[in-house]
Design a protein around this ligand. Structure first.
Ligand code: SAM
Length: 248
């Protein structure tokens, strides 16, 4: 997978690229290329943003700056990009990232991620250069860099060679193996601590029954999640912490 990230802060990704599973994915043939929007600015003083037409607080990332960076990287008019590759604008109001979307993105040979800053992008960037707008959740970050790392992390760990043990990605939360449910609980040594004992079944060595127990716990968690995952839990006085079933 070829991952390109356009950002005002490419150095933020130095740490990210060193993380084990990311480094593994890169060693296995994927690439993570950082492109500095500022370095590609055609404007004097490496300007990247400007005041919003119509007034209002904050600055807006300029269309000509993003166009120049995309053109420098791909050597074509960026309006042709969306028909050739997924070009993703990161924005709080976009399609919310979930496991199905991560699977979709992980199947692509190439991805381009655009990190916004300030008030966000000039809307013409999204309209003319992007194929997707993706949000990592219904809250507002100061910039798209962390969101891009979330997308890259979730996508790269799906690729062969990223994880130490390939089985980790097969049976985990939201996977087909768990029928889309959250993963079951895990325990390790000590088997008892302060009177908190690990469920007996897990110490039994009875693999078929352990498997069944895990499936049941996973399904239970799925059912509970569907109750608590209301569009905006708490806003209408329900679905907040007090309405949640007790933790296991
Ligand atoms: N004015 C924008 C709004 O109200 O939707 C928020 C802009 S935010 C301060 C700056 C940038 O951070 C955005 O352009 C986007 O790239 C990124 N960003 C912030 N929150 C995000 C989220 N939840 N998901 C993805 N990107 C996000």
């Amino acid at each position: 997978m070829e991952l390109d990230v356009l950002t005002l802060f490419p150095e933020w990704f130095d740490w990210f690229a060193r993380q084990r599973h990311v480094a593994n994915a890169l060693a296995a043939g994927s690439s993570l290329q950082l492109l500095s929007l500022r370095e590609h600015s055609p404007l004097s003083g490496a300007q990247v943003d400007d005041m919003p037409f119509g007034g209002g607080a904050g600055m807006v990332l300029r269309l000509d700056v993003v166009e120049a960076a995309l053109r420098a990287r791909y050597r074509i008019d960026p309006v042709e990009l969306p028909s050739r590759r997924r070009v993703i604008a990161l924005a709080p109001g976009g399609r919310v990232l979930d496991d199905a979307l991560v699977d979709e993105l992980a199947a692509e040979p190439t991805l381009t991620l655009l990190c916004g800053r300030y008030e966000g992008f000039d809307e013409r960037i999204v309209e003319h250069f992007c194929s997707d707008v993706i949000s990592i959740g219904r809250y507002v970050l100061s910039g798209g860099e962390l969101a891009a790392m979330v997308v890259c992390d979730a996508v790269l760990r799906k690729l062969p060679g990223a994880l130490g043990d390939e089985r980790s990605a097969v049976e985990e939360s939201f996977s087909a193996a768990l029928e889309g449910n959250p993963e079951y609980p895990h325990y390790t040594r000590p088997a008892e601590h302060r009177g908190w004992r690990v469920p007996e079944i897990l110490l039994s060595g009875h693999h078929a029954r352990i498997e069944q127990w895990r499936r049941e716990r996973s399904r239970e968690r799925g059912e509970r999640a569907s109750i608590t995952e209301r569009p905006n839990p708490g806003a209408d006085g329900t679905g907040g912490a007090r309405d949640r079933p007790p933790r296991q």
